[in-house]
Design a protein. Sequence first.
Length: 578
Amino acid sequence: MPDRPLPYDRPTDPGKRHSFALTDGPDRAAARAMLKAIGFTDDDLAKPLVGVATTWIETMPCNFNQRRLAEFVKQGIREAGGTPMEFNTIAVSDGVSMGTEGMKASLISREVVADSIELVVRGHLLDGVVCLVGCDKTIPGSAMALARLDVPGLLLYNGTTYPGTYKGRDLTIVSVFEAIGAYRAGTISLEELYDIESAACPGAGACGGQYTANTMSTAMEFLGLSPAGLNGIPAEDPRKDAAARQAGELAMTLVHHDIRPKHIVTRKSFENAIASVAATGGSTNAVLHLLALAHEFGIPLEIDEFGAIADRTPVIGDMRPGGRYTAADMYDAGGIGLVMRELLKQNLLHADERNVDGQTIARITATAVETDGQKVVVPIETPLKPVGGLTILRGSLAPDGCVVKLAGHERLHHRGPARVFDSETDCFRAVSAREIGPGDVVVIRYEGPVGGPGMQEMLSVTAALVGEGLGDSVALLTDGRFSGGTHGLMIGHVAPEAALGGPIALVREGDEIEIDVEAKRMDLLVDDAELARRRATWTRPAPRYPTGVMAKYAALVSSASEGAVTTGRRLGQALERS
């Protein structure tokens, strides 16, 4: 018998539901030796091990404050009786890569974020995890990992950036993209473009409007995976550090009581999250991400349900790009609890759904504090628009569905000649050369999940059209995606996509296309016999990437109408063939 007490015979902490197999008993001495090499003590290893997954990267401002926030998360975990273990995932900046071949990596990065968090937590038998998220694919990617793992955990958004200021008006990154179009149109000078570029992004944090990052941050609070009120604190607000510490403490509560994501997230909470997107004029990317997340949770959710919920949910958040205010303004107004409050007035939310911090939607609403005179959230009795900020269309051009953003324009019908481009690059070249005219229907294809691969966002094109003064007179449709910063009559996620032989692959220059939002249709006005002739001669183009991660993604990824997941129908078909 040893003449001094050794840690091997300590009783196991009940919170070490997974990590006990990594650290406890004499057979785990080698693992303990390696962990001691980097500073962990016997006391540390006797406590629950909780991952702190950051998506920090030095390629953008969106996630740049996460290294600092991680220290406060870890402090909260330690103070609440756990041992934090920080690790990193990758991230891709949509804003920086926009309009380049690098943008193809963005949606693919969502899967890599999910996969990497899953692998670290499984590989190191962690008892819980706090995910620090920022630029938009890191939010759904981290949430997908939580769904797969179903260990106690939560998401904390590192916060929005503050708006920049130029000549007395607020700027966001979308202001720069639109300024590029204005410069190309000759309405501003090169010097003014440079001044806008230099003023638009004053510091750390994700893009400031209700673009995809802030849309998904909002959705995570409505869904229940983020603590109420903490996501909305801007990145550079001093209160964000305390929020991070609180998130760490909360994670330990979840670990001690074994409260897991699948205890919180339900079908009803997905309906709440969809309502939040509709009510704030949020990004159409939320359709893609919430479909993917529902798939990971095993909760049935169809694309048409987004339209049904949006049809009964008015727009009450006056937020950019369709409105006037930024996410920082929303926080100053009183936060998204105000949105919850207004929606509950007309029973448009499931009030009893619980948040990760234990509060119900009803409780969060009851404690919301509205800033006197705020104008960001309007009363639901006098909404900005009677129906939500997006809807789903079908028709001969999109038999499996597509997504149209309604916030930011008033047109519900458009008919015009197709201007067809087989890549975003070709389209941007035509827009820059002023070759697109009023009434045109711009078609960008072979940019879907398989064809891109990775569904590039079209912000460079859409912002250039707006900057050239065409935003109110053209329509644009694509099997790719749009940035949350897009506004105008823009239709994305057209399915089936061109690379899989969808009808969008058969469109020719000059074909008439009709978009009827009220009828929920988008049709190619070409007779069936002619389409059959075209289909007989259509051949699938060669993959743009024959090897590497892009090729692997293109081989596995499902349709946008299913969330563009790599664990869906096409994977099942491949497994059946094997």
